[in-house]
Design a binder for this molecule. Sequence first.
Ligand SMILES: *[C@@H]1O[C@H](CO)[C@@H](O)[C@H](O)[C@H]1NC(C)=O
Ligand SMILES: *[C@@H]1O[C@H](CO)[C@@H](O)[C@H](O)[C@H]1NC(C)=O
Ligand SMILES: *[C@@H]1O[C@H](CO)[C@@H](O)[C@H](O)[C@H]1NC(C)=O
Ligand SMILES: *[C@@H]1O[C@H](CO)[C@@H](O)[C@H](O)[C@H]1NC(C)=O
Ligand SMILES: *[C@@H]1O[C@H](CO)[C@@H](O)[C@H](O)[C@H]1NC(C)=O
Ligand SMILES: *[C@@H]1O[C@H](CO)[C@@H](O)[C@H](O)[C@H]1NC(C)=O
Ligand SMILES: *[C@@H]1O[C@H](CO)[C@@H](O)[C@H](O)[C@H]1NC(C)=O
Length: 874
Amino acid sequence: MFLILIPRRIFLLLAAANIEAQQKPPINIRAKCLGNIMRVDVGPLGGSLLDVAVIINNTAIVVTPSIAAQCGFSMKSDSFGNALIYISLQNCFAQNVDDELFTTALQLRLQGNQFSQEEVYQVAETCQYDVWASREVICDYNYMEVSVKRATPEDFPLCPLVSDMQKRSMDAGFKATTIVFFTPEGKKPMSLLAAQQRGYGIGNTPTRLVLRSPMIAPETFMQTVNLSTALHIPKLKLVFFTQSTITWYLPWQMDPMTSSGQFNLLEVHFGINGQKLDAVEMQAREYSVALNDFYIVTELPIGGVGGYYESHIQGDLYYVSYMIEPMLELLWTEDATHEQTRYKVFFHITTHLLPQPLELIDNTVPGEKMFRMTLGHFAADVALMNITFPAEVLSMPDCSARGFNILEHMSPNTSLKVFTLQVPFADPAVLQQTGEGVTVYSLHLTFGLLILDQLVSFSHKAYLEAVVQDIVPPSVSGGCDNHNFYVLVKYGSPGYNFQTMVGKRYMTPSLAQHYDSMENGTHFSFVVPFSAPDVAVEAIEASSTRSRLDIVLSNPETNSQIQELSVACNFPSTLTECFPNGTMTALALKLESVPLLNPSQLTLADPSCGPVHSDDRYAFFVFTVNSCGTTRKFMTNVMLYENEISLPDELLMKKSPTSEEPEYYLKISCFYDINTSQTVAFNTRLRRSEPYAENSKGQLQVVMRLALDDSYSAFQNYEEYPLAKYLQQPLYFEVELLKSANPLISLELENCWATQGKDRTSQPRWDLIINGCPNPADPYQVVFHPVWTDARVGYPSHFKRFEIQTFAFQNDILILQLFVHCDIVICDSKNPLGGICGGQCSNPKQTTKGEMDDFSFGVYGFEYVSLGPIRLNL
Ligand SMILES: *[C@@H]1O[C@H](CO)[C@@H](O)[C@H](O)[C@H]1NC(C)=O
Ligand SMILES: *[C@@H]1O[C@H](CO)[C@@H](O)[C@H](O)[C@H]1NC(C)=O
Ligand SMILES: *[C@@H]1O[C@H](CO)[C@@H](O)[C@H](O)[C@H]1NC(C)=O
Ligand SMILES: *[C@@H]1O[C@H](CO)[C@@H](O)[C@H](O)[C@H]1NC(C)=O
Ligand SMILES: *[C@@H]1O[C@H](CO)[C@@H](O)[C@H](O)[C@H]1NC(C)=O
Ligand SMILES: *[C@@H]1O[C@H](CO)[C@@H](O)[C@H](O)[C@H]1NC(C)=O
Ligand SMILES: *[C@@H]1O[C@H](CO)[C@@H](O)[C@H](O)[C@H]1NC(C)=O
């Protein structure tokens, strides 16, 4: 009986036991008939010991190594833990029916290891084989067998046996009682019993004689023999290796078997593990068999599927050797005798050690946050036992519990395997170091490996490192100048997707182009004019517009906001334009605070004046300063025209009372310079020594004087200021346009008023003349005095005279002094266009606000004068 320690090949003897086997098939047992042998495949054994016994006459006979050699058994195992039992059909225990049917029954006993129970199996196989050649030779490792056709069925013919290492012969023609071995020392006769006791197997079947010799027998020697009946096994078996190929030379001119005469090689078959392969299979496996004058040359790729690797450690380095069991079967006829010889050689080839440097391939994709590695390549007989990390050693079950995914893979079309391992970055065994926008993950490990059948340990150290860019979200910054918003978006980490919203719109390629977007790999920028539709107008001020641009970066999948930026800036703006010809234009922008406003409904103070064009963001108005309810005021050096833009009252009233929206109200104004030359004005004033009379300027100079009485012949001297007057004492004013000899222009008083302070705009203020007419609210109305030509008056139209009652101020606070101011219009009397220029208070109706002016810009100019102080005494 063999006992095999799987996967190591150790033959042990064990006693056969119980024949009643339980049929339980956790392992796979198959028997195959392969010509004159059969093969039983058992496996995988998974570490169990296999005992083989033969069952004959209901008794199990343990197949010991010597019985095996004597009786035609041999067993091999591969590194996958499979056992192959080769059995000669003519084994000692075969039930032979007419040399055609051969039945062999085996009992297989698996000696359980600590994980499994003892298991017993029976397998019986009947093989049919009826194509016996005259001579059939089997050269196995364990034995050598010759089967020859008996000349006379009653007799034991001579049967010589020859192998490459030995030769035997047997006398024939007599009753077989003796075997004579031819040795270099001479003939060595031996009785059959003695021969059997020395390990030879001798069998006698109905038609054949079988002699079997163990490989190692005392009579074994190497010799070339030339007995005509002897079989010859070649003296030479040559095997050569290259990196990738095994070449096996088998001499086929087999003296003396073939030397005695002409012979004819009929068939050559190649096989693996006893099984013949056909041409297609051989080609697929890249095996080739060629015949030359002397040899059958077989080429086998190293690493092919028919063989297997074994591991070796030498000096800490890993090696493998490749093993394969090719078989050649030859059939030839001798021309002289027409006898056929079938010759079957099993050959076990083991390459020398092939360096197989271990390699750890780092397949880590940092984004997966996991180390992935492949360690290889190993023969199948290597097991990964444990992994040593800096802080601990983990066995394979520990690794699984820890979430490391460890797998074994056969590598494609070699018989080598690799281990793959995954270790999450989050595992404590992984070291982390952060800095400069990256995190470096590193892993030191040592693989503890074991060659199973040799129980040899070895290890492989590895270090892996992965650099992960820290996830940085995109960011946005911005600013503005007088015209534009400038936005700079910095991309986040690679692959950090985001979308950009400008105002209420998503940034599309066309919008980006519209906003002059530029991109340089790390940033993109764009420029949004303050008047762009994506900009919100927060407020409109006198000379600027306060606008705001909102930028939102968000995640396109979740729509969650990554960053928001609002830039608000004041842009100098001339939304109102004033043209010298009296045209005003105004752009009313919709404000963010009045989202429901429809700009097309806005009007000027006169609700009949609507925008000339509008859209949902603005309304544009064009009008002249004498229309649409524009008001006018004279101020120091300037004339101020004002209007306002709002919703007309009827729309305001319609507005829902619950509306939170404020009312839209935009005041627009134009200033027109009155003075044309300030310098001249000062000179004039100084020359005339009128310290408090701020005359109007330019070529048109106007003065105001205080007459002593209503004859307007004598005037208050300038030296007498401040004048002291008594309340209710009338004051007689005269206003004259100086330095003009043009009879066609006239001086008109538009507004006159009195103030307590010197500043014409100061309060309180008492209106004396409004739009050329006496203040109707004043009970002591101004009285105009006509002007006639006289010695002093060349052109009466250049003068205006009026009288005021000082008690007009009585009802108010006690006034101690007064200044009197007038806005003056110089009219072109050639071109009397009505209004003030139509004559002093010629059309009092027009003084109501809102339709005050049909005053034309064909006027000559505007002036103003002031006079004072006048002391008022009670
Ligand atoms: C088996 O039994 C038969 C008859 O019962 C006997 O002739 C034969 O020798 C036995 N074989 C062995 C191997 O014991
Ligand atoms: C074998 O044959 C050769 C000639 O072929 C002969 O010289 C030699 O003596 C023979 N040897 C034996 C042992 O008969
Ligand atoms: C495996 O087989 C494929 C296809 O036959 C071949 O291209 C490849 O090189 C082979 N790989 C190895 C390692 O031999
Ligand atoms: C790890 O496995 C190797 C190989 O089998 C072995 O030599 C070593 O003792 C094991 N280490 C530990 C700590 O178990
Ligand atoms: C891209 O533009 C930004 C802003 O102008 C600048 O800071 C950055 O250095 C530029 N990057 C490259 C790669 O030129
Ligand atoms: C006033 O001047 C502006 C600008 O020059 C011009 O567009 C407009 O038509 C003029 N208006 C009139 C009434 O002449
Ligand atoms: C009008 O007078 C003001 C203030 O005195 C001065 O700043 C301005 O330049 C003058 N305008 C002209 C056109 O002379």
